[in-house]
Design a protein around this ligand. Sequence first.
Ligand SMILES: C[S@@+](CC[C@H](N)C(=O)[O-])C[C@H]1O[C@@H](n2cnc3c(N)ncnc32)[C@H](O)[C@@H]1O
Length: 260
Amino acid sequence: MLQMLKFHESFKNTCHQVIRSYVDKRKTSIRKILNYKNKVKVTLPDYLVKTYYWAYLSPQNVRLLDHHFVVNTILFGYYRKLQNWFLDDLDPDASVLQPAAVYGDLSQRTHQALSDKGFLHVEDISRIQLANTRRKLKKPKNVAYKVADASDPDGCIVDVVNCFFLLHEVPDDYKERIINSLLDRVAPNGKAVFVDYHQYAMWHPLRPIMSFVYKYLEPYARGLLNKPIKDFAEKRDDFVWDTETCFMGLYQKTTAQRKS
Ligand SMILES: C[S@@+](CC[C@H](N)C(=O)[O-])C[C@H]1O[C@@H](n2cnc3c(N)ncnc32)[C@H](O)[C@@H]1O
């Protein structure tokens, strides 16, 4: 009996080891596949590969999830409102940086809102996401794409940055680096707009659902609920800050306007 138990234990351990090494190898090859054509060397961060592979890197799911109704459902019907929060104040002649791809039609609407003098820079750390945005934005005029890590401060200087639901998906040290890097890319008198989750009211009807989401699906979101975006910024005094919230505090728009 004791021998059988020992055998069972060692068999279980061997199985775990085999599975673990398969998963590790698969993650490494996924990284290679997704970055194989990048001229710029960008390594996909662990949080993206481990937590969000299914959402942003899996080729089948990218097509499946990239629909207005999917994003709108995830955002409880607020997708248009959250897009318009940014678009309503957009100067048509502005140069705009969208530092990460977004499902649905945010990039198309941003592009359409710009005049011939305006320009849209779309960046993303993942090649597959960038290719997907390129597919959606049919007209090549006044738009550029770049594989880039938003936490890397190198890159074009723009009038407006639109950081849409990126911060809650990254670990806190990354949040800080992304916020600081994006602020560094804002031109004099320009602004960075961060639309993302926020600490909702105590009595919010979606509290049970959001508790589940933050625990199991969005494990890095809480870092954004406990701390204002402004507090991540090293050069916060170079900007005028404003935060608006909606849907009983669930969503925020934080604007950092560079002082002249
Ligand atoms: C903007 S966020 C989430 C947006 C929103 N939830 C949606 O419906 O699409 C998703 C994108 O961020 C990208 N991303 C994640 N970390 C990044 C980083 N450090 N730099 C640039 N892009 C990043 C992912 O590749 C993905 O395309």
